[in-house]
Design a protein around this ligand. Structure first.
Ligand SMILES: Nc1ncnc2c1ncn2[C@@H]1O[C@H](COP(=O)(O)OP(=O)(O)O)[C@@H](O)[C@H]1O
Ligand SMILES: [Mg+2]
Length: 312
């Protein structure tokens, strides 16, 4: 199946779906993706929404532990290998009311080999799950699987640490998503030659940013250029700064927002930050969800703000 068809299929899927899918990613491991996915899910569940949290971390599936339950008997591995035919059979309750989980593939190969057909099927089945919100914990990296789940979600959230490596990985992730989307849009609008033409003249005149590329396309063909710009403007990733210790750390989120606007022409929603707090690793050690175990942690307020922003 071509990428353009995939995009159309996903659009079709959206017409029949019943829930909102939010995907949580980030270029790097250990930045707090699982923390954010688990505790955002808990917040929504406590607010009375029906939530299913899905662990899509390739090979590193540990959402069950974040939510305080043992590995469920049936996981995505069984669905991918066709041992389980109905995705609803993977949904397992947690001790938290309104919150259920689909556990991740336990073998890396299973998920890494996910072919397009499987991926589309999983996406469309997730869209049909009986829930208000379906949260995806994507795991690290920029594999096509991870990028496609991020792109297809109704909201994509990136978790970032105030460290050069994490910031660098965030830009790499955004760039990878941007290029994958551009490729899909090119096929959808059938404008490959136009893009090539713009790229060639761009190189000739020494311009270099994606923003300038789009400008060039608009110059060459205003109608198609506007369509292209419109499609690109639909890409609005959300970001969260995690393990924040100072105002400087918080401000990194605003700089990333500025750079992405100027360089990619992409509007980033800065959802806010999570303080560095010892209660996080203490709750991990106890294998208990943070918000349930430490209701007085600073992070309760942090998450409250973030979730309200996501809902507004
Ligand atoms: N806000 C925070 N304050 C303190 N420690 C944190 C915070 N966020 C994450 N951590 C630490 O980082 C570890 C990795 O977080 P995790 O959510 O598992 O990352 P990821 O899913 O991105 O790999 C946690 O086990 C915890 O020890
Ligand atoms: Mg994780």
């Amino acid at each position: 199946m071509t990428l353009a068809n995939e995009l159309k299929e996903n659009n079709f899927t959206h017409q029949t779906k019943r829930n909102q899918i939010w995907a949580v990613g980030g270029g790097k491991g250990g930045v707090g993706k699982s923390l954010v996915t688990a505790n955002t899910s808990i917040c929504l569940a406590l607010m009375g929404y029906k939530v299913v949290t899905v662990d899509l971390d390739l090979g590193g599936a540990n959402m069950h532990t974040c939510l305080g339950i043992p590995i469920p008997e049936k996981t995505l591995s069984d669905y991918i290998s066709k041992k389980v035919s109905d995705i609803n059979d993977l949904v397992v309750p947690t001790p938290i009311k309104n919150l259920k989980i689909i556990s991740g593939a336990q073998d890396e190969l299973g998920m890494a080999n996910l072919r397009n057909m499987h991926k589309n099927k999983i996406l469309s089945k997730l869209g049909g799950l009986d829930a208000d919100y379906v949260l995806l914990d994507l795991g690290a990296g920029t594999s096509f699987n991870t990028l496609d789940f991020f792109i297809s979600a109704d909201k994509g959230i990136l978790v970032i640490l105030p460290e050069p490596t994490s910031i660098e990985n965030t830009y790499r992730f955004i760039k990878s998503v941007y290029h994958r989307r551009l490729k899909m849009i090119e096929e959808l609008l059938d404008i490959q030659p136009l893009i090539n033409q713009a790229m060639n003249s761009k190189i000739a005149t020494g311009q270099s940013t994606p923003v300038e590329l789009v400008k060039k396309v608009i110059e060459i063909n205003p109608e198609m250029g506007q369509k292209l710009q419109h499609e690109i403007s639909k890409f609005n990733p959300h970001i969260i700064m995690n393990q924040v210790r100072s105002q400087n750390d918080i401000d990194i989120g605003f700089s990333i927002q500025n750079v992405c606007r100027r360089y990619f022409g992409v509007d980033i929603n800065y959802l806010g930050y999570l303080d560095y707090d010892a209660s996080v690793w203490q709750s991990v050690k106890k294998r208990r969800p943070l918000l349930m175990e430490y209701p007085n942690s600073k992070l309760v307020n942090n998450f409250d703000k973030i979730v309200h922003k996501l809902l507004s």
